[in-house]
Design a protein around this ligand. Structure first.
Ligand SMILES: [Mg+2]
Length: 230
């Protein structure tokens, strides 16, 4: 099979503000008197998430509830560091999961569906390989593109965050013989460099990096490029 392995966030789809956007929304709605800017929020969210320590597998977190429970202290501490009173931090931390996963927050890039479909028509199969929350399959289903993927491989389930080499190995485990495959993503470190270190060819998209080639600033040029490779 000819296989394309796609990152999700920032590559196929996006949500406004990611984790900072969730915190900004919850602070504005729950504690409107507390003035915190986006930069302070971003600073409070720099550590503690599974993808901040990709060298540390988390295969012991089996269920979605385990995964979110393991993040609870990180979320509570982040709210506390932003000036949220201690007695409100647990409530606000509990609101992160439902709001982060709200379907209305998620969008596809305008070139995503056309690119996937052109490449499918040319014989490529698609899978997703993402560092994400456990609810990623539901988010992708809500965007209406789940049937375009043979599988959705999610770090929250495998326990390995890109660029860990086993994240890439898990993605293709058990698949029929692969003739050609590429990793495609917007993160130089997690997607491009991680794939190359795992021995995969990779394409960086949307976010330029001086040392990454090939790079495309949208998905529009990908079908012509990939169809010319084989
Ligand atoms: Mg990404």
């Amino acid at each position: 099979m000819n296989l394309l392995v796609w990152d999700f966030d920032g590559t196929l789809g996006y949500c406004d503000g990611l984790w900072s956007g969730v915190f900004a929304h919850l602070l504005a709605t729950e504690l409107p008197g507390l003035i915190v800017d986006r930069e302070q929020i971003a600073d409070a969210l720099q550590t503690g998430f599974p993808w901040h320590d990709p060298h540390l597998p988390h295969t012991h977190l089996v269920t979605a509830d385990d995964w979110w429970s393991s993040l609870d202290e990180v979320l509570r501490n982040a709210f506390a560091s932003l000036g949220v009173p201690p007695d409100r931090c647990p409530d606000l931390a509990a609101l992160v999961r439902p709001y982060y996963c709200s379907q209305h927050r998620w969008q596809l890039f305008p070139d995503t569906i056309a690119c996937l479909d052109q490449l499918s028509a040319a014989g490529w199969r698609h899978i997703v390989l993402s560092n994400h929350v456990p609810e990623l399959p539901q988010i992708i289903a809500g965007l209406g593109i789940h049937d375009r993927f043979d599988r959705i491989v999610n770090s929250a389930v495998t326990g390995y965050e890109k660029p860990h080499p086993l994240a890439f190995a898990k993605a293709i485990e058990g698949l029929p013989e692969i003739e050609r495959h590429w990793m495609i993503g917007d993160s130089f470190t997690a997607d491009f460099e991680g794939a190359v270190q795992a021995g995969w060819p990779a394409i960086l998209v949307r976010r330029h990096h001086d040392t990454a080639s090939p790079f495309f600033d949208s998905l529009e040029q990908l079908p012509a490029f990939l169809n010319a490779t084989g």
